[in-house]
Ligand binder design. Structure first.
Ligand code: GRF
Length: 193
């Protein structure tokens, strides 16, 4: 099934592991008239994820799954997503790698945000690596998810200047501000809005 808005908003699930600042920005965006998405469920692998509080604040259903048994967790998630007629998944700081089988079930309908200018610095510790390599810029990328880590089709990227004084922490903060703007823009772009 292709992504399409029709007249109704696309039922969306957001997956998180931690703070959930991207989740918050996506929820705010989803409430705008111009937004093609409506967030129906928040999924997390971490019962202690700070971002889960946004479920309570914005009255969005949340579900936690234990990834120690990944195959079972993914089966249960797929069941939950089908039950809620979810048609788009936004990974937002979700720190687990989804299996090929899971991705296949939502082929072309899973997006992710990554804190580097992909294809540079896939995986973890992106800010450390960019600073260590004396890069002038880093940034963030929104991409579709395929079965290879951080390697799916890039939808949008935003550059952020690295200053001499930047540490991984200060750079992460600057990039996060841009992430909050980039994810909604990427969603508008995939729906040709
Ligand atoms: C973001 O930098 C995201 O790109 C990365 O993890 C961070 C999550 O931040 N994958 P938050 O949970 O959205 O605040």
């Amino acid at each position: 099934m292709a992504l399409s808005t029709g007249s109704k908003k696309i039922k969306t699930a957001v997956f998180i592991t931690g703070t959930g600042s991207n989740l918050k920005s996506l929820i705010k965006f989803s409430k705008l008239k111009k937004s093609p998405i409506s967030i129906k469920i928040i999924i997390s692998n971490n019962p202690k994820a700070k971002g889960l509080r946004f479920g309570k604040i914005y009255k969005i259903k949340k579900k936690i799954f234990n990834f120690k048994k990944k195959t079972t967790a993914e089966k249960e998630i797929l069941f939950e997503l089908k039950k809620n007629k979810i048609n788009l998944i936004c990974l937002a700081g979700f720190m687990k790698i989804l299996s090929k089988n899971f991705i296949h079930n939502f082929n072309g309908k899973i997006m992710n945000i990554h804190p580097s200018l992909l294809p540079k610095y896939k995986g973890l510790k992106t800010h450390e690596r960019a600073i260590k390599n004396k890069d002038k810029y880093s940034g963030c990328s929104v991409h579709f998810v395929n079965s290879k880590l951080d390697s799916g089709k890039i939808i949008l990227k935003k550059k952020v200047r690295i200053n001499k004084k930047d540490t991984p922490q200060t750079l992460a903060k600057k990039i996060l501000v841009q992430e909050h703007k980039l994810y909604p823009k990427a969603i508008l772009k995939i729906f040709n809005l």
